[in-house]
Design a protein around this ligand. Structure first.
Ligand code: URA
Ligand code: SF4
Length: 226
């Protein structure tokens, strides 16, 4: 007797109902998407963060930079990469000959996830479910922006778009295959560089980030000449 094939459910994806897509506006423009994201409650993180931190930058930016999630400063300001990690990112971009003005900067997860440690709010890693719930916002940003290059900073951003099997340590700084039309590459996260225990390690981390961004700068230049 023929049995219907049982397809096992993908466990790395969230339940259909619990994703940001249900909050999408009827007309999908970046400003409308940003307003809709401010009201998102697709995962429990909306309650702990001060506000949704949506991406920002020129709508015709050739380059999109994707971090993990807002930090303490970003949560307060409502803007991505404005704290210590943002300052390091600006420095790395400048050293690579790029400017923040030509990039749209965003995060895989748009609320700050944290635990209290005394008076400080310590960043904690978003779960796969939270990343999955939030991913539709990022996918829509990328669909509307259609950038030439996407830089995924850190394993959370890389795995959100490239799959959980992606290994940053192995493929850092390469352009990798993806379902996006853009050139896609992954690099270290500026916040991880800041967390490195010694000055020498921080310097090495920054050098790596700059080297990877130089590859991006070259690709953008070549693309611009075509
Ligand atoms: N780290 C991130 O991943 N994103 C920010 O916006 C700030 C720090
Ligand atoms: Fe929505 Fe993302 Fe915030 Fe979760 S983290 S509530 S999915 S915007």
């Amino acid at each position: 007797m023929a049995h219907a094939t049982r397809v096992s459910r993908r466990h790395d994806l969230p339940e259909r109902a619990a994703t940001a897509a249900q909050y999408f506006p009827a007309r999908r423009t970046l400003p409308a998407l940003r307003r809709a994201a401010a009201l998102c409650r697709a995962c429990p993180l909306w309650e702990r963060g001060t506000q949704t931190v949506f991406g920002e930058g020129p709508p015709d930016a050739p380059l999109v930079l994707v971090g993990e999630q807002p930090g303490d400063a970003e949560d307060r300001a409502g803007r991505p990469f404005v704290g210590p990690a943002g300052r390091l990112l600006d420095r790395a971009l400048a050293e690579a000959g790029l400017s923040r003005d030509e990039a749209y900067v965003t995060n895989a997860v748009k609320h700050f996830k944290w635990v209290a440690k005394g008076k400080r709010r310590l960043h904690t890693k978003p779960s796969a479910r939270e990343v999955g719930a939030c991913l539709p916002w990022l996918e829509q940003e990328l669909e509307l922006l259609r950038p030439r290059v996407v830089v995924l900073m850190g394993p959370a951003a890389a795995q959100a778009l490239l799959g959980r099997a992606f290994r940053l340590t192995r493929h850092r700084g390469e352009f990798v295959d993806s379902r996006l039309e853009a050139l896609v590459t992954a690099t270290v996260h500026p916040a991880a560089i800041l967390r490195a225990p010694t000055e020498a390690e921080r310097r090495r981390g920054l050098d790596r980030l700059v080297a990877d961004l130089q590859v991006v700068a070259t690709a953008l230049q070549e693309d611009g000449r075509r």
